[in-house]
Design a protein around this ligand. Sequence first.
Ligand SMILES: [Zn+2]
Length: 371
Amino acid sequence: MSLVGVTRIAEGEKNEDGAKNGDRQLCPLASGVRGFAKIVAPGTEKSVPIFRGVVNSRISAMGLQAIMSAMGPVAELHLHLEGSVEVETFLELDPALTREEIARATAYIDFEGFIQSYIWVNKKLQSPGHYALAARRLFERLAAEGVVYAEVTISAGVILWKQQDFLPIYEAVQREACLSKIRVRWILDATRQFGVHAAKPVFDLAAELVNQGVVAIGLGGFEGGGPARWYADLFKEARDRGLRLVCHAGETTDAGSVWEALEIGAERIGHGIRAIDDPLLVAHLKEKNIPLEICITSNVRTGAVGSMKDHPVRRLYDAGVPIILNTDDPALFGCTLTSEYEVARREFGFTEEEIEGLVRNSFSFAFDGGR
Ligand SMILES: [Zn+2]
């Protein structure tokens, strides 16, 4: 399988909606044409820190809405497309759905229930057009929030499990990425409990698309049902084929799972909160400068932590572990990137300076420069 017809668009050329792409943005051609083009747009660097010039006490009085406007450019690195589909988008996708049905299908009380909700969402995405709409609405929300760069995970393993063609879906979402105001890169996600045999085609697709918007490969799903070590050979091969490596780990199991993810080469750890139980691991993450993609609300909602006060984000940060704040599945968790930063400030006492550092991390640990 290949996507053919690579064409170069002139430097600085704008998309149909007038939005200029960031540097090295990889875009599909006009509608109906199979192929991708590379756009190199000059002068896209930005360096405005979050909360610049706004003191914390003032932020506290300002509330979330004002924080959003005060927030400078930020990047989102752990975000699942399928977990970002809002109620309004479901109603666009399927006008026969009711709000009650959607609320029922997306209600859960633990991680297993969350996965069932996630599967329901995936089953509602039945065509490339559905995925494109989900992507368009996500990018609109991210842009409105001040996100300028996003690495968005798409569950290729689930798409193949649904027996859908991945490439037309990828082409559709990548087209939306190019039309959006933010820079988007993709991470393809294999479903770990499906096993190596099912994961292999996902890794092959990621490698095929490595110069067409895909930057990394990841493992998601039931952490306990598919240990990272099963995927050691696939990860090694993926790295050799130019892919960056991420892995959910230490979310619902233990610190040993994080060690396994590191052993197979993961460069960023999805969640990794159980690292807090292992001082050697904490020291290792600090020394090697390996970041945890922390998603506070996600961990509370899925029961990965007993309560907000039990979340180890502050302790990990204080121990010197690099931290990036993310939303994970914002529609299913009822959060936004802005609200995650607000939670860090309000619940865990992150200062303005520390928040600025977290925002810097969102760019410095990005796989394609961030901005
Ligand atoms: Zn995730």
